[in-house]
Ligand binder design. Structure first.
Ligand code: ZN
Length: 653
């Protein structure tokens, strides 16, 4: 029953592909916890319009206009303009507004302004009045109006950004001064609240600045009131006292807008690790504000994936064994080694700024002082990564870059599970392993520090994923499955990650440099030793029918190279060997072979894949008996994207 329920290729338009995610952990919950999830999910969907309005002040009216045309206009439902209209509407739905969710550039419709006017005139009773339509028309069709949601260049970032966090006439300089003064007068200077996070900065009639705070009695009061109703309901079904306390503090925050209360809520939220169900609901990330102060609204609910979390617990329980048995010089090993347990969860609902496009791992809170005193919570959202993997199976990408059917079969069978295990090894053990020699500065490696650190964690993962110990601990499906991880890792490092680099550019991002470093170093070792011994190389880039392909002939030897490089990278880190770090990163991790790059880009382009993906939510329904008592909560995966968007527009408007 795992993957054959539905197709994952649900909908494709513009540069977007939509996927479904499943929530198997939900089915196993007792009724009480299902009801907790249900009400938290309703709360997560209820803030949708807050985000739309935060993204741009015209967004909600534009959505109402477009949905009105879709449902009520007598305009012909066919032809180029109509198709362009459907694409545009779906883009707007997906981006929660008229600006691209990732680039934040305004996208332009392929229909004409005249067509839109005609479609509008053919609505019998339009929800958007004629004057308002006249204002919205150029916002939709004129590229020079509000061209970017978050603009990072220009004289005044507030003036050049279309987002809606600052009122009419508020300048960047005024906003910066306003918040600098607030910070300077913080009552507890080393525990500052996140000033400005939950408000719109506006000017009153006399031109004085004030914060219009989001709260159930203030800005976005209706939506927040609705969120609060569902949170109150949810509180009845909380799993433990601390969860009840968390929801109650969040309610208090929503009612008062007090950021001190928000910090108290956050501190309790970090401490709650006992329950199966957890959630985020509130003003969270600041990427949508060019000044990085104002937080966009998001909501999501997750359920602990017991089995997957068990995996990370097994690893951290055995942390000392891994440390003792690594190929690293004993002087650089930790005498006492503790692993980290990461929670693996399944998303139960995505809302606000996490929907339809979502993160696959989340680490909160964002308050620096709370993090440093109380720590943070980290989750990997396993059912979303699984949906991505399912999509990768069917989209032709693997077939193009893995021409050997046997290897392809192995990758399709094991890559997802082994990639997750690789991530666990990297996060739970890799970063925490090893020690720096006394007197060596932890930042000695300078600009190459983060690349070397990621290289170290990846090598630790690659070295151990191939160890018998993994199978002994019951963490791999077969003793050979690790080979799929070696293949996909090397393929990515040598070739496929190049699709994310523009022609003529070099590799800059630390994780990408680290993958290139490991793969190219191993490739060079393979060719060197093959020449010395006159044998076939452990791994090589070969040509088949004019295409470059990766061939791995000897996996155990490849693992030996990994072990050698791990020992060397740990030495570099432990001794703070800046020159060696620079040499390795610059020789193997930065440069791009332009012919290969071009080839990879062409092959990728020919596949015509959507670069951005997002998710359709499942639908939860309360099941009641004849007396109206709730007997179950059902989950369904039957909505299309259009149906879901229209329903959200009706129910959470
Ligand atoms: Zn890392």
């Amino acid at each position: 029953m795992r993957n054959d329920l539905f197709t994952y290729e649900d909908l494709r338009f513009a540069d977007i592909q939509l996927l479904r995610y499943r929530v198997p952990a939900f089915e196993g919950l007792p009724l009480r916890q299902k009801q907790y999830v249900y009400h938290l999910a309703e709360a997560a969907l209820s803030g949708r319009d807050i985000l739309w309005d935060q993204n741009c002040r015209h967004n909600l009216d534009i959505r109402h206009l477009l949905e009105d045309i879709l449902l009520h206009s007598a305009i012909a439902h066919e032809g180029k303009d109509w198709d362009a209209f459907l694409t545009y509407l779906r883009q707007v739905w997906f981006a929660n507004g008229i600006h691209h969710h990732y680039s934040t550039d305004k996208f332009l419709p392929a229909f004409s302004a005249d067509w839109l006017s005609e479609a509008y005139c053919l609505i019998p009773e339009p929800v958007v009045a004629g004057e308002r339509f006249a204002e919205l028309l150029p916002v939709i069709t004129d590229p020079s109006i509000m061209p970017k949601r978050v603009c990072q260049s220009g004289e005044d970032l507030i003036a050049s950004s279309a987002c809606n966090y600052y009122g009419e006439g508020v300048t960047q300089q005024e906003a910066e001064r306003f918040y600098a003064a607030k910070k300077a007068s913080a009552p507890v200077p080393d525990q500052p609240v996140m000033y400005g996070m939950n408000s719109r900065l506006e000017k009153d009639a006399e031109g004085n600045l004030y914060e219009n705070t989001y709260s159930s009695g203030g800005l976005y009061g209706r939506q927040i009131g609705r969120i609060c109703q569902h949170l109150e309901k949810a509180m009845e079904f909380a799993e433990n006292d601390r969860q009840r306390e968390i929801v109650s503090l969040l309610l208090q925050f929503y009612r008062t807008g007090s950021l001190e209360t928000f910090d108290q809520y956050t501190i309790q939220w970090i401490a709650e690790t006992e329950g199966m169900v957890d959630f985020v609901n509130g003003f969270t990330e600041v990427y949508g504000d060019p000044l990085g102060l104002k937080a966009s609204w998001e909501g999501y609910v997750n359920i602990l994936d017991r089995e997957a979390t068990l995996r990370t617990e097994i690893l951290s329980r055995n942390a000392q064994w891994f440390e003792d048995n690594s190929p690293v010089d004993p002087r650089f090993k930790k005498k006492e080694c503790k692993g980290v347990t990461a929670r693996v969860v399944q998303a139960a609902i995505l809302g606000g700024d996490l929907y339809p496009s979502s993160a696959i791992g989340i680490n909160l809170p964002n308050s620096n002082w709370v993090r440093s005193v109380y720590g943070s919570k980290s989750v990997t959202i396993g059912n979303l990564t699984e949906a991505y993997d399912q999509a990768a199976k069917g989209n032709g990408f693997r077939k193009e870059f893995i021409p050997d059917d046997k290897v392809l079969d192995m990758v399709n069978r094991y890559a997802h599970e082994l990639d997750d295990l690789h991530t666990d090894l990297h996060e739970c053990l890799g970063h925490g392993s090893g020690q720096i020699l006394p007197g060596v500065d932890a930042d000695a490696l300078g600009v190459h520090g983060s690349t070397i650190e990621e290289t170290r964690a990846d090598l630790f993962a690659l070295y151990y994923i191939a160890d018998h110990k993994m199978h002994e601990l019951g963490l791999t499906p077969t003793p050979e499955a690790w080979k799929s991880n070696y293949y996909t890792y090397m393929l990515n490092g040598l070739m496929t990650q190049l699709v994310r680099i523009e022609p003529g550019r070099q590799i800059e991002e630390a994780h990408m440099r680290n993958r290139a470093l490991i793969a190219h170093w191993c490739l060079e070792q393979s060719s060197y030793w093959a020449k010395v011994f006159g044998t076939i190389p452990a791994m090589e880039l070969a040509k088949r029918e004019g295409k470059t392909v990766l061939e791995i002939h000897d996996y155990p030897t490849l693992r030996q190279f990994i072990g050698q490089l791990l020992a060397e990278i740990q030495r570099i880190k432990s001794e703070g060997d800046t020159l060696a770090a620079k040499h390795l990163v610059e020789k193997y991790g930065v440069e791009v072979d332009s012919a290969l790059h071009q080839e990879v880009l062409q092959r990728y382009k020919a596949l015509d894949l959507a670069p951005y993906k997002g998710f359709i939510n499942p639908r939860y329904t309360l099941v009641t008996d004849t007396e109206g008592t709730v007997t179950d909560v059902s989950i369904a995966y039957d909505e299309t994207f259009d149906q879901q968007m229209l329903r959200y527009g009706r129910e959470y408007n």
